[in-house]
Design a protein around this ligand. Structure first.
Ligand SMILES: Cc1cc2nc3c(=O)[nH]c(=O)nc-3n(C[C@H](O)[C@H](O)[C@H](O)COP(=O)(O)OP(=O)(O)OC[C@H]3O[C@@H](n4cnc5c(N)ncnc54)[C@H](O)[C@@H]3O)c2cc1C
Length: 339
């Protein structure tokens, strides 16, 4: 069987994996991804301030944005009969185009295998020996370091025998409609979910309606109910289903095996438990790890140190999500946001 040697093997070419690859200097890098590229990762593509900050530094092109390119946030609390507008200026991107652009930034410096997945990993302390199945057959990669940037369904996390982060089911419908919407709406309705649902314009004449639900619900039933409640109808031109992480405690965060295997982005548990915002966490955790991988010693210790700020952020988001779960404290919180 062919054996490929490399300094760093990155599994997953989303925002986290691309950020690791982009900022590593003078090392051989292999990136593998199980998807066909350009990939279509189910996501609303909204950018919070932290994402915009990173992406503006990288000169994000206008062509990546939807219509309108920025959105304010309207919180619709159906349980408390409350409607609060928050001036937020969320970036409204087309996620396929965003990922395509992020990938182009690394394309020339890495060896890339698409439609490729990992079946086995063994960290012998010196190197990680990894079995992969590529488009042309099975190969072995011997890497000095392995990075798991493989998102909410992380195989690396599973192969390390670490429990997945608490997850919810997502469902999205993209609808052709004449209905005019000019804000992004976060909808809180306990009857459907103890997290939230959303409604937003994506392009001229196209809106997205979706939500994050417990694993045992029937996606079609809840989404139909939501569409009816929000008065949305029209031709459904695309449906997307996925899993999203919602950490209940920072104990769910895993940075790797403490040897030569590291986790970043959603695979590590970096995502907001209050909004499900994971792009900025992927970009930033990936960049942090890349800076550390430029060193040759004490990498685990250094990674733990630099990532502390993001762990604190996840902790705060968990607290906020607990407040949003409770009808009374949600009412208080949303009224505060509106002031
Ligand atoms: C419906 C929905 C809406 C969302 N909306 C937003 C939003 O508006 N704003 C926001 O900031 N966040 C949003 N998120 C969260 C955000 O999409 C993720 O948190 C973010 O993409 C995580 O980035 P990542 O690089 O860690 O992982 P991902 O973007 O998931 O990338 C992981 C990559 O790994 C690959 N992969 C997985 N397993 C393997 C394997 N075994 N072998 C090889 N490759 C593998 C996948 O193909 C993928 O390309 C949303 C999520 C969902 C589900």
């Amino acid at each position: 069987m062919e054996i490929i040697k490399t300094d760093i093997l990155i599994v997953g070419a989303g925002p986290a994996g691309c950020s690791v690859a982009r900022d590593i200097k003078d090392k051989d890098i292999i990136v593998i991804d199980k998807s066909t590229f350009p990939r279509d990762k189910p996501c609303s593509g909204l950018l919070v301030e932290e994402s915009k900050e990173v992406l503006e530094r990288l000169k994000i092109p206008k062509s990546v944005f939807g219509v309108p390119p920025e959105l304010d946030l309207e919180h619709i609390d159906l349980d408390n009969n409350l409607n609060v507008l928050q001036k937020k200026g969320l970036g409204n991107t087309d996620r396929i185009k965003l990922d395509e652009w992020l990938f182009k930034l690394i394309n020339k410096k890495v060896e890339f295998y698409q439609n490729t997945h990992i079946t086995e990993i063994k960290d012998n302390g010196q190197r990680v020996v990894v079995k992969i199945i590529t488009e042309t057959g099975e190969k072995v990669v011997e890497a000095k370091k392995l990075v798991g940037a493989d998102g909410s369904t992380s195989t690396i996390r599973r192969l390390l025998k670490v429990k997945p982060v608490t997850r919810y089911k997502t469902a999205q419908n993209f609808i052709k409609t004449n209905k005019k919407i000019n804000t992004c709406k976060f909808i809180y309705w306990n009857e459907l979910t103890d997290w939230y649902s959303w409604l937003l314009p994506k392009e001229e004449g196209i809106i997205e309606i979706g939500g994050a639900f417990h694993l045992n619900v029937d996606r079609e039933v809840v989404l139909n109910k939501l569409m009816k409640k929000m008065g949305v109808d029209g031709e459904i031109i695309k449906r997307a289903n996925w899993l999203i992480s919602r950490p209940k405690s920072i104990d769910e965060i895993c940075l790797g095996n403490g040897k030569n295997i590291f986790l970043v982005g959603e695979a590590a548990g970096f995502i907001s438990a209050s909004t499900g915002e994971g792009i900025s966490f992927g970009l930033r955790s990936g960049t942090f790890l890349s800076q550390i991988l430029n060193f040759d010693s004490d990498i685990n210790k250094k990674y733990k140190e630099v990532i502390k700020t993001l762990i604190d952020e996840v902790k705060n988001k968990i607290k906020k999500s607990e407040m949003l779960n409770d009808e009374k404290s949600r009412e208080y919180l949303l009224k505060e946001l509106g002031n």
